[in-house]
Design a protein around this ligand. Structure first.
Ligand SMILES: NC(=O)c1ccc[n+]([C@@H]2O[C@H](COP(=O)([O-])OP(=O)(O)OC[C@H]3O[C@@H](n4cnc5c(N)ncnc54)[C@H](OP(=O)(O)O)[C@@H]3O)[C@@H](O)[C@H]2O)c1
Length: 258
């Protein structure tokens, strides 16, 4: 089979959480460009409308669904709407996430819960919903969770975020154990640093100058650097890959400093 055929997503319905900007918007565009109809989920409806228009302008199919991943009712409505308009979701990208930069000793319980809820609880709950619906519809498919290199290593000020992302890596393996034999593959991508709204202030500050020097690739991640990993995991090209986390970080996390 030629490469284009191997990665073709025609007939799939994808849902991307956090598709209103940053990495999630790019994931949605890549899925649409390779044949999937895409349900775009996030809280900012205006950004979703722009994203839908951009995808349609490029010849893709998309719908915008305003939903907070922390809201169980909104989750049910999001899947209902995607199903009614596009069909059963067969690709779920759990991408919505928030970061915080607070030393553990100063973090409030509410902040801890917000970060864990958005970055970890939602991955579990949206995966569960997607899997239940795929099984009910007798469909196979795949789930991709967006972890982070901070799921493996840590820095100061990221206790909640790093804990959540480590949880995402383990959850990916645990759910893959249970779902793969039913034809639902579950994997994760762990990106290094990509400049987006989640970290722009920090990565563009002088405090982060040393960070780039420590990345063997010599730069932060850029638009397109995650396309290949995503397409591999959701397409027939990755049909025997499940329970895996692909690190995409320009070798940032493999070395010891010094
Ligand atoms: N950028 C990096 O260097 C990097 C590295 C490793 C991992 N990641 C992970 O990649 C994912 C995307 O991050 P990003 O860098 O693209 O950041 P971003 O530009 O800030 O995007 C985050 C997205 O999540 C959505 N979101 C946040 N809370 C939500 C909620 N409660 N309900 C629904 N949507 C919500 C936001 O949409 P609304 O505000 O419109 O709801 C937005 O679309 C995150 O999981 C992040 O942890 C990023």
């Amino acid at each position: 089979m030629n490469a284009a055929g191997l990665f073709d997503l025609t007939g799939h319905v994808a849902m991307v959480t956090g598709a209103s900007g940053g990495l999630g918007l790019r994931f949605a565009q890549v899925l649409a460009a390779n044949g999937a109809a895409v349900a775009l989920v996030a809280r900012r409806a205006d950004k979703l409308t722009d994203a839908k228009a951009a995808i349609e302008q490029d010849g893709g199919r998309a719908i915008a669904i305003e939903a907070d991943v922390l809201d169980a009712g909104a989750m049910t409505r999001a899947f209902d709407e995607a199903e009614a308009t596009l069909g059963t979701v067969t690709i779920l990208v759990n991408n919505a996430g928030v970061a915080q930069a607070v030393r553990a000793i100063d973090m409030s319980a509410a902040e801890w819960r917000r970060v864990l809820g958005t970055n970890l609880d939602s991955v579990f709950l949206w995966s569960q919903e997607a899997a239940r619906r795929m099984l009910a519809a007798n469909k196979t498919g795949s789930i991709v969770n967006i972890a982070s290199v901070l799921g493996f290593g840590v820095a100061k000020g990221v206790a909640a975020y790093a804990t959540a992302k480590a949880g995402v890596v383990q959850l990916t393996k645990a759910v893959a154990m249970e779902l793969t034999f039913k034809g639902i593959r579950v994997n994760a991508i762990a990106p290094g640093w990509f400049v987006t709204d989640i970290n722009r202030d920090y990565l563009e500050s002088s405090a982060a100058a040393g960070l780039k020097r420590d990345i063997p690739a010599g730069r932060f991640g850029a638009d397109g650097d995650l396309d290949g990993a995503l397409l591999l995991l959701v397409s027939n090209a990755g049909r025997y890959i499940s329970g895996a986390t692909i690190v995409v970080d320009g070798a940032q996390s493999v070395g010891l400093r010094g």
